[in-house]
Design a protein around this ligand. Structure first.
Ligand SMILES: Cc1ncc(COP(=O)(O)O)c(C=O)c1O
Length: 387
């Protein structure tokens, strides 16, 4: 294991000499904190971002996790939120005001889209969605009031990428703030801050926690940007995590490297199997030779994670359902990043939100988890035969 990485995952911030000498970091399950004198309290009030006053602002357990996330994302600082959506919404809301314009990659995560389409227009903030496969589309969409770019590379259903360095460079030329949703890759496989982006967000629910038992989010960036988010939306919206969830996340981080590499190894085997199968019309996974942006993917991502989509050669929804219902190891569920392999059929989610109506009914998103890859491939093979 990489020395620096294992240091971050198991030692950074844990301060065993001054703490309880505990091998595992303590859960400080306290909502508020006390001081010996008025002067001591006054000093802490001035530094609420880094000192324990009230857990909505800072909590020692969450503080350890913040240091680890910042180090993993090569950022100066990080914040931890009660969900990935809270992290993204707080970051956007902290940097825009009425009259501003946001440029966002098309087909972002559904609740990022809802933020732009439904919430922000009520407060006078406009947006334009662009095909992010060409970075110049970001430039073309800039208006005199554009202040913010949103990237999500790759996105988590159709796996389209943005050239992160190119989009970040365009933003810098125009003094525009950038946020990249890095949930697909996680910090071990892609570091958008190294590519010039200002802030990185994750649904920590996915790989960072890794056990399908916590909903959480993180945001990483400069001290100045994190302070702005903390002092504005983070505190106002009360988007903090519970200390126990932060502790669970740190437990997950201990095995991050093992888990993501196993998921990536399995995903490669599964993707190569699916790509050749006659009942699969298309496999969307950025490291496949057939992916139109494979070269960019290999340039900006160290490895490719376990999430992919397939388009089945199925005549109707009933045939898709036969495939899905017959899969034994891939649980029918949203999200990803845990031990268990999952499937997410598009035909199950064409609800009133209408956000998935542009996707083919034959599409099924698969999360390739940590099970034996031969078991996963055998399971897919028998289910494909049912189409
Ligand atoms: C790509 C992506 N970004 C953000 C989120 C939001 O994260 P959370 O569900 O933790 O709020 C998700 C959740 O599925 C996601 O898939």
């Amino acid at each position: 294991m990489d020395q620096d990485l294992s240091n971050i995952l198991t030692h950074l911030g844990e301060d065993r000499e001054r703490g309880y000498a505990a091998v595992v970091p303590p859960i400080v399950q306290s909502g508020n904190f006390t001081y010996p004198t008025v002067a001591a309290m006054r000093a802490v009030v001035q530094q609420e971002m880094d000192k324990p006053l009230y857990t909505r602002g800072f909590n020692p357990t969450v503080g350890i996790l913040r240091q680890k996330i910042a180090a993993l994302e090569h950022a100066e600082d990080a914040l931890v939120f009660s969900s990935g959506s809270a992290a993204i919404a707080s970051a956007v809301l902290s940097f825009v005001k009425a009259g501003d314009h946001i440029v966002c990659v098309d087909k972002p995560y559904s609740w990022t889209k809802k933020l732009l389409v439904e919430l922000l227009p009520r407060f006078g903030v406009e947006h334009t969605f662009v095909d992010g496969t060409n970075a110049e589309n970001y430039r073309k969409a800039i208006t005199p009031n554009t202040t913010f770019f949103i990237l999500e590379s790759p996105n988590s259903l159709t796996f389209e990428l943005q050239d992160i360095a190119a989009v970040a460079a365009i933003a810098k030329e125009h003094g525009i703030i950038t946020l990249c949703d890095n949930s697909f890759s996680g910090p071990l496989f892609q570091n958008p801050i190294d590519l010039g982006v200002d802030m990185v967000a994750h649904s920590a629910t996915k790989y960072l926690n890794g056990h399908s038992d916590v909903v959480a989010g993180v945001l990483a960036g400069s001290h100045v940007h994190m302070r702005q988010v903390m002092q504005k939306e983070f505190m106002t919206l009360g988007a903090c995590p519970s200390p126990h969830d932060a502790w669970l996340l740190m437990r997950g981080l201990r095995t991050l490297e093992l888990r993501v590499n196993r998921s990536a190894d399995n995903a490669e085997k599964v993707a190569l199997f699916l790509e050749k199968h006659p009942k699969v019309k298309r496999t969307h996974w950025p490291f496949l030779d057939s992916h139109p942006q494979q070269a960019l993917a290999k340039r900006q991502m160290k490895r490719c994670g376990g999430l992919m989509s397939i388009e089945l050669d199925a005549p109707d929804e009933a045939a898709v359902e036969r495939f899905c219902d017959n899969l034994k190891t891939f649980l029918i569920a949203v999200s990803w990043g845990g031990y268990e392999s999952l499937q997410w059929p598009v035909c199950a989610l064409k609800g009133p939100s209408g956000y998935y109506t542009d996707l083919p009914f034959t599409m099924v998103r698969l999360y390739v988890g940590l099970e034996d890859p031969d078991l996963l491939i055998a399971d897919l093979d028998q289910a494909l035969a049912r189409i």
